[in-house]
Design a protein around this ligand. Structure first.
Ligand SMILES: C[S@@+](CC[C@H](N)C(=O)[O-])C[C@H]1O[C@@H](n2cnc3c(N)ncnc32)[C@H](O)[C@@H]1O
Length: 303
């Protein structure tokens, strides 16, 4: 996901006009470049710059890199990441989550799939720069067609990317296949609020520009039902929208005022959190809920 304030919305929209005429998620992320705030890409000038591409979890974090890492912890815990485990991470961006998880949970190995060549090239270079090739294998490929054997991983994660997949259900099928019995699938993902109206014409244009298939637009209950239909058990959902949207909206506003990523310190009021400030802007996409989902592949096949 990415974020843009109202003030720069028109400017960014103009710069990204070609995205309106075709729906290709790779073009969207190439346009986004090295900054989660649309229109602020800096051409990878600073090699030390944090390259997270998610909205962040702002319950305690006050800076963007801390919030992005806090969201990765929410998801890593839900995925039951632990020392010695083998993880498949799809939609890994610039590998920021994977470099963080490898160390934070002392994982044995991480494999990754991503469809955006720019992300894969940069991520692979970062792995080589750190000498981690024997523990990290990040490849160009789609979450909906995985080049891995059945039952290869303890966990599968999708950090803020499954809304892009064509389709998310096809990904559930593949994740189920490559998970070992007893393994966990965990997602940080957008959904509609219960009872939301079907996408309008404007919603559909915004979703297309952003590379989100209409087939992925449904609420959290339907999401869980689809995981169940795939065979997953112990299906859990937890909305974290109040700890995601207000923080990232205030952060984007600071960036628009010219504050750098490094200097932006976000303070949220009780009202911001209670009223879920920023969720209003997400209405353009229909995805005004943001949740952590987890589900387990049964340990033994039921007869
Ligand atoms: C919002 S970014 C999240 C990046 C990363 N998880 C993070 O938190 O920094 C979404 C990512 O999903 C990737 N993506 C989109 N569609 C995909 C697909 N079908 N298979 C694999 N990756 C995909 C994009 O290229 C991008 O890297």
């Amino acid at each position: 996901m990415s974020t843009a304030t109202d003030r720069n919305f028109v400017g960014v929209l103009l710069k990204s006009l070609p995205l309106l005429f075709k729906s290709d998620v790779r073009d969207y992320y190439t346009f986004l470049g090295d900054d989660v705030v649309e229109g602020h890409a800096s051409g990878f000038r600073d090699p030390a710059r944090s390259l997270w591409l998610n909205l962040g979890y702002w319950e305690e974090a006050r800076t963007y890199p801390d919030a992005a890492a806090a969201l990765a912890i929410q998801l890593g815990d839900a995925a039951q990441l632990a020392p010695g485990k083998e993880l498949l991470d799809v939609g890994f961006g610039f590998a920021e989550p994977d470099l963080f998880w490898l160390d934070h949970y002392n994982l044995k190995r991480i494999a990754g799939l991503n469809v955006t060549p720019l992300h894969v090239q940069r991520a692979q270079q970062r792995v080589r720069d750190r000498g981690l090739e024997d523990r990290m294998d990040l490849r160009l490929g789609s979450a909906t067609e995985m080049p891995f054997e059945d039952e290869s991983f303890d966990s599968v994660t999708a950090l803020e990317c499954a809304f892009h997949f064509d389709t998310r259900e096809r990904f559930f099928e593949e994740a189920y296949r490559v998970l070992r019995p007893g393994g966990t699938l965990a997602l940080a993902d957008g959904a509609t609020m219960p009872g939301a109206r079907p996408p309008s014409w404007l919603n559909r244009q915004v979703l297309r520009r952003w590379g989100v298939p209409l087939a992925n637009v449904y609420d959290a209950d339907e999401y869980c039902a689809k995981l169940g239909e795939q065979g997953f058990e112990q299906i859990r959902k937890r909305s974290i929208r109040q700890h995601v949207f207000p923080g990232c909206a205030r952060y984007a506003e600071m960036r628009e005022r010219g504050v750098s990523m490094e200097d932006a310190v976000v303070e949220l009021s009780d009202q911001d959190i209670e009223q879920c400030y920023g969720a209003e802007r997400m209405k353009l996409t229909c995805l005004t809920d943001y949740l952590i989902f987890s589900a387990t592949k049964p340990a033994a096949t039921h007869s």
